[in-house]
Design a protein around this ligand. Structure first.
Ligand code: CP
Length: 308
């Protein structure tokens, strides 16, 4: 594993290995405090982020390494017209590993072709967000005890939501998994994703517009926000942005152990009253994100680990 560009770069075995290492790191933090001493992580974020960038930086700092980078295209030479290829050629001589977020789908892939150091896709346009997927899988494994035999509802903006695309592709490889895609017609999962699921012989999904109808059968409800930044037309965004609001009334229809996940940031799609429900795991999920990124950095930099 030289780079991580797409959730499908990871085999089931790779995912198991990263989850095991993340759990070991979480339970033995002092053992890992120096494993990346003298290593540098560059965070090249051409798009806004709170969780992904800060959890990557926290991960590297907790491993004893250092961080450098930029948090917007405007504060980098991209604003003067520099290409991703030229930027990465230069950053390859300043850092040991890169986490890159970019609004253009495929930008981290382009970077990987010109890089001498590992590139991690930290989200590219509406395409993929593999470290969010690893975060989601670690959360599900830790909280539900399994990644198979699960019915997962994905609700909201399934057209532009890259976290849904990544998670669906990763989870379709586990036994007896069912997806319930819940969205307005305009924001349904794209056909290319359905084609990719079919390539993995996965057809165990349904599509609905009704969260109320879907919620009783779900083991996990994965809520997403409507991705304002990917709409061409503000009127469409305003019309669709509050299509789903998870509140306590809808939660009364759910299983007593249904887990609510959300990659965050949340806008209106989960009422704050739901935050106190023990089934609301989204803030815990953000914390798991740091441990899985620590595990990923260790593996990509091939540093010594102690889990076995
Ligand atoms: N989940 C996620 O990618 O959040 P940020 O946009 O804050 O990084």
């Amino acid at each position: 594993m030289k780079h991580l560009l797409d959730s499908m770069d990871l085999s089931i075995q790779d995912i198991d290995d990263l989850i095991n290492l993340a759990i070991h790191i979480k339970n033995n933090r002092t053992m890992y405090r120096d494993v990346c001493k003298y290593k540098k992580l560059a965070t090249l974020f051409y798009e806004p982020s709170t969780r992904t960038r800060l959890s990557f930086e926290a991960a590297m700092l907790e491993l004893g390494g250092s961080v450098l980078g930029f948090s917007s295209a405007n504060s980098s030479s991209a604003s003067k017209g520099e290409s991703v290829a030229d930027t990465i050629r230069v950053v390859s001589s300043y850092a040991d590993i890169v986490a890159m977020r970019h609004p253009l789908e495929g930008a981290p892939m382009v970077a990987s072709r010109f890089s001498r150091i590992p590139i991690i896709n930290a989200g590219d346009g509406g395409h993929n967000h593999p470290t969010q997927t690893l975060t989601d899988l670690l959360t599900i494994k830790s909280e539900k005890g399994r990644l198979d035999n699960i019915t997962i509802g994905m609700c909201g903006d399934l057209k532009f939501g890259r976290t849904v695309h990544s998670l669906a592709k990763a989870m379709c490889r586990y036994e007896n998994v069912k997806f319930v895609f819940i969205s307005p017609k305009e924001l349904r999962v794209p056909d290319y994703l359905k084609d990719e699921l079919k390539e993995h012989n996965f057809t165990n999904y349904t599509e609905t517009e009704s969260l109320e109808m879907a919620i009783p059968e779900l083991d996990i409800l994965y809520m997403t926000r409507v991705q304002k930044e990917r709409f061409f037309n503000e009127a469409d965004y305003i019309r669709l942005k509050d299509s789903y609001i998870l509140d306590m009334e809808k939660m009364s229809l759910a299983k007593s152990d249904m887990a609510i996940l959300h990659p965050l940031p949340r806008v209106n799609e989960i009422s704050v009253k739901v935050d106190n429900d023990p089934r609301a795991l989204y803030f815990k999920q953000a914390e798991y994100g740091k441990y899985i990124r620590m595990a990923l950095i260790c593996r990509l930099l091939e540093v010594e680990t102690y889990e076995n």
